[in-house]
Design a binder for this molecule. Structure first.
Ligand code: FMN
Length: 218
């Protein structure tokens, strides 16, 4: 039976709408993927808050098909790094197409993933293909779309709190479920190392597509 509650809404003035849209854009556009981290720890309450923000994302039928595993233990981070590097070495050396390697070249990435150990925390995001209720599967809907949106919320929450992150997708990444002892209904979705940037770290000089390139107005 559906139950409804009042929606709390405050109408902004046109000027305030413009100001807030511009302010949020200028915050988001300063986010960058960071691949060199300081070892400075991140407080647990900050990580809890950014995960709560991710968990506030919309999802198919409100099934919230995500789980976030926060790894700070050095031994677990080392095991994740070694397993990721083993897969990434094979990918860079044999599995990726020349086109893919050419597209990655401007980013200067390779199979070494030191950040998996130096970042003080790894948020490993799992998608849940179904939930288990009393041992029985209960289907989830639009799982990839929902978890992708939640990760977007997560990345911006991290950025807005003054932390930095990387979106990392070692491929294949089923080793994550094994190392972290996740149940069978979960699939590793991606890894988000979180922390503070290493001193004087640099980022690739990349372009953003223009508004004309990314939008059509009819
Ligand atoms: C789904 C996805 C997977 C990614 N996987 C990796 C990865 O495995 N390793 C990496 O170094 N960067 C990865 N990235 C980061 C992208 O390279 C980066 O977002 C892109 O170059 C734009 O740079 P920016 O994030 O600094 O704006 C990934 C990004 C996304 C959205």
């Amino acid at each position: 039976m559906a139950e409804f509650i009042p929606f709390v809404y405050t109408k902004l003035s046109p000027e305030e709408e413009q100001r807030r849209a511009a302010e949020f854009y200028s915050l988001c556009v300063r986010r960058r993927s960071i691949r060199e981290f300081a070892t400075t720890p991140v407080t647990r309450t900050l990580l809890e808050r950014v995960i709560l923000t991710a968990g506030s994302a919309p999802s198919g039928a409100n099934r919230q098909p995500w789980h976030f595993v926060v790894v700070t233990d050095p031994d677990l981070k080392r095991r994740i790094r070694h397993a990721a590097e083993a897969e990434e070495k094979k990918s860079y050396e044999h599995r990726m197409s020349q086109e893919w390697l050419d597209d990655l070249a401007p980013l200067g990435t390779d199979w070494h993933k030191e950040f998996l150990e130096t970042a003080p925390a790894l948020i490993v995001v799992f998608s849940k293909i179904h939930d288990l209720e009393d041992g029985k599967p209960h289907k989830n809907y639009y799982v990839k779309e929902s978890v992708g949106i939640a990760v977007g919320f997560l990345l911006l929450a991290i950025h807005s709190a003054g932390l930095v992150s990387l979106t990392h997708t070692p491929s294949p990444m089923d080793f994550l479920g094994k190392i972290l002892h996740r149940p069978d209904n979960e699939r590793a979705f991606l890894v988000v190392p979180v922390g503070y940037p290493a001193e004087a770290t640099r980022v690739p000089a990349i372009d953003r597509k223009s508004l004309d390139e990314i939008s059509t107005w009819l």
